[in-house]
Design a protein around this ligand. Structure first.
Ligand code: SF4
Length: 275
């Protein structure tokens, strides 16, 4: 059972009582602090009631909903200090697209890094006709960024700068990201540990090889004025140099990824015994 407390629908008697106490005792709290305190009290009191009603501790998870990252962090830090119950994290009404993702990551990231939180949701308002799965992808990326879970191979791509005017590295990075996403459902049923693989797509020879060597498979594309050759590094060692059109590079890189996975990651037992 989830006990959900929302800052917008708190017990008004409790809020008025705490406001009065703040005034009478000259505590100097602002209204947000009082609301946060009331959310905490409400969550803990509701949990006690649920336990008294016969629910076991392992049947209860607590969620406190607020749409302000700083408040979410404050409330959950207090909550985790006062209860052992599992906590569900989510910044409610986070908004659309980049705003929702960044606000959610800014608040949930802090808490998760401190070891607070047992389940999460990134609440994104979908664009008209948008993909509802985006909030799942965002949640997976957040957990993977913090090293808490691995869901799929990560693709590192350079941001680009004055050293390149080519868009090939962006297109290739996007294509590889899409390829990983498409293939992962099949890979994860067949290969043990494939989700830990790292890929890199870099935009020039100045910094590209270094970052490429740090990945399991990295490609360094030519920057402005550089020879049209693309060295590929596998587990830190130069393996091959690719040349050609974007489509040829994408196909060759995907082929290298497929071969690497087949050689590096053991087949899952069910897959082996089915042969
Ligand atoms: S890898 Fe090259 S192009 Fe990409 S950001 Fe670094 S210096 Fe710029």
């Amino acid at each position: 059972m989830r006990i959900g407390v929302n800052g917008g629908s708190l017990n008004q008697e409790l809020v008025m009582r705490k406001m009065q106490e703040n005034t009478d005792k000259n505590l100097g709290k602002d209204s947000e602090e009082i609301i946060n305190e009331c959310m905490l009290i409400s969550a803990l009191e509701s949990t006690e009631l649920a336990l008294e009603s016969g629910l076991r501790h392992d049947q209860i998870i607590i969620s406190c909903k607020t749409s302000r990252p700083r408040d979410l962090i404050t409330v959950y830090r207090d909550l985790s200090a006062k209860t052992e119950q599992p906590l569900h994290l989510g910044l409610t009404e986070a908004g659309m697209g980049m705003k929702g993702q960044i606000w959610s990551a800014a608040s949930l990231g802090v808490l998760l890094y401190e070891g607070i939180g047992d389940t999460i949701r990134i609440s994104l308002t979908p664009r008209p006709g948008g993909d509802r799965r985006e909030e799942v992808y965002a949640a997976c990326e957040l957990l993977q960024a913090l090293g808490l879970r691995s869901f799929a191979p990560s693709v590192t791509a350079c941001p680009g700068c004055g050293r390149t005017t080519s868009t090939t590295f962006q297109e290739l990075a996007e294509a590889i990201q899409g390829y990983v996403r498409d293939m992962m459902p099949m890979w994860k049923t067949q290969y043990e540990g494939v989700e830990s693989m790292t890929l890199a797509v870099m935009g020039c020879i100045v910094n590209g090889p270094g970052e490429s060597k740090a990945a399991n498979i990295g490609i360094s594309l030519p920057g402005t004025g550089e020879a049209p050759r693309c060295p590929v590094y596998i587990d830190g060692k130069k393996d091959v140099t690719l040349e050609g059109t974007y489509a040829e590079l994408a196909a060759a890189f995907q082929s290298l990824v497929d071969n690497y996975i087949a050689k590096k990651y053991p087949r899952k037992v069910a897959e082996v015994s089915a042969r």
